[in-house]
Design a protein around this ligand. Structure first.
Ligand SMILES: Cc1ncc(COP(=O)(O)O)c(C=O)c1O
Length: 450
């Protein structure tokens, strides 16, 4: 029997169990005693112990960093990807192997990686790039930095990812690329996205900033498109202070990325083209390298805990856990999302629920639920002298009129994320999270007093 298939089936079964449980079970929050006051109103918080700390500080990381400091070689050796010596070059080689890509170029951040990758695949002034609005601002800024328009593809409310069915109607003669963002580290529907891209000759740059070791149909996120971009910023599941990487299988494309990130100077030493300085340094690689030994185990722990939590949260009326796309075989769970439906909580707004959750000492974030397609930075950029030179007023007017993402608006109103480090612990930690949410549901009358 194929054990890989068995574990994939088990994973999908576990991950979707929350939905089934929501229908089949009505008993929830077994640990939440009726009559408990919400902690924010003077009751005892459900959670008392701290969750695992992040970013990690281990003896191995400390030793690696000190050795790099003492070496006196703080900058990367200036040879191309897969050549030369030094910690950055070693990290590139090992990260490429881990992700299953032929090449890797390390950079100073994922923002830099995205800018470099979009430039390398040919995104330039006047182009359009398809991207979901439920993301970090960097995914959008990288497009604008190329002089291109981010065209927003609405999300799907089940998975919180770019809705693959809404991509094709947005493709026109100016569309150059799709930028799927694996938000939360849960894989986008890559089979469908790649099919649309192939049909229309679009380049694909994956924003895998949050998706280290996530897999779709057994293949790692970041390896489906022309290029995939990762972040190693401190909160990420593979972390240094700042840092990023681009992976891909096309050596010539990676050489272009190298030149762009190295002031236009090619890996072979010559002057190549326009470029900037986006290099990773040795101290960042020194912090990252020891973590390559632990990331696979941590990813499995997050998946196991997330599947368990999905089952528990799915039992609570008005809590809708984020689902994996069909075909997703592993997630990074950089964050884990659920939707809060206020009609099941006496119509209390999300802010009150969050206040109560904070009181119960459960960490959360609502980042990426900012309706990025409506943020002022976008309008300011459209009105900038550069953009007014590139785009006609008529085109910008049409762009503004068509910039509508109703599902993302709903998701932004309802969504809540839990950070990845809470999934590094055990089942008891998951029970505390679910018990806290169940307690708030049990005591929903008290939300009116917040
Ligand atoms: C989805 C997404 N894209 C891009 C980035 C940018 O990464 P960095 O902070 O490394 O520039 C982030 C960082 O949080 C992100 O979450």
């Amino acid at each position: 029997m194929n054990t890989q298939n068995v574990s994939r089936r088990k994973f999908l079964k576990d991950a979707s169990a929350g939905t089934v449980a929501a229908v089949a079970m009505s008993a929830y929050g077994k640990a939440a005693a009726k009559g408990d006051a919400l902690a924010v109103l003077g009751g005892s918080p459900v959670r008392t112990a701290p969750f695992p700390a992040w970013p990690p500080v281990t003896a191995e990381i400390e030793q690696s960093l000190v050795a790099a400091l003492r070496s006196g070689k703080w900058g990367r050796t200036l040879q191309g990807p897969m050549q030369g010596t030094g910690l950055v070059v070693e990290f590139e080689k090992r990260f490429a192997e881990l992700i299953g890509a032929a090449h890797c170029l390390a950079t100073g951040s994922c923002t830099q990686s995205l800018h470099t990758a979009l430039h390398a695949v040919g995104v330039g002034a006047g182009d359009e790039v398809l991207v979901a609005p439920c993301t970090f601002i960097a995914s959008i800024q990288a497009v604008l930095m190329c002089g291109a328009l981010p065209v927003f593809v609405d999300v799907d409310l089940d998975t919180f990812q770019m809705d693959p069915g809404k991509i094709e109607p947005l493709v026109n003669g100016n569309t150059r690329a799709v930028e799927p963002v694996h938000i939360g580290g849960l894989p986008c529907s890559m089979e469908k996205i790649m099919a649309v891209a192939k049909k229309h000759g679009l380049k694909v740059v994956e924003d895998a900033a949050q998706a280290h070791l996530a897999e779709f149909q057994g293949k790692k996120c970041g390896t489906f498109g022309d290029l995939g971009c990762f972040s190693f910023q401190s909160s990420k599941v593979l972390a240094c202070a700042e840092g990023g990487a681009i992976v891909g299988n096309d050596g010539a494309l990676l050489e272009q990325c190298y030149a762009f990130h190295n002031l236009g100077l090619s890996a072979k030493g010559g002057s190549a083209a326009i470029g900037t300085k986006y290099r990773m340094h040795e101290l960042e690689a020194a912090v990252l390298l020891p973590q390559l030994a632990t990331i696979a185990r941590q990813t499995q722990t997050r998946n196991d805990n997330a599947a368990y939590l999905a089952r528990r949260l799915g039992e609570i009326p008005g809590i809708v856990p984020q689902k994996l796309h069909e075909g997703a075989t592993k997630a990074a769970y950089y964050i884990y999302g659920f939707r809060y439906q206020k009609e099941h909580f006496n119509d209390s707004p999300k802010q009150k629920f969050l206040k109560a959750l904070r009181g119960e000492k459960i960490p959360f974030t609502t980042m990426y639920f900012d309706e990025l397609n409506k943020q002022p930075f976008l309008e300011h950029t459209l009105n900038s002298p550069t953009f007014r030179k590139i785009f006609s007023q008529e085109r910008l007017k049409r762009y503004r009129e068509e910039n509508l993402c109703p599902s993302n608006d709903q998701l932004s109103a309802e969504g809540v994320w839990l950070p990845q480090y809470v999934f590094l612990g055990n089942t008891k930690d998951m029970d505390d999270i679910a018990d806290a949410v169940a307690k708030i549901h049990d005591q929903k009358d008290q939300l009116a007093r917040l």
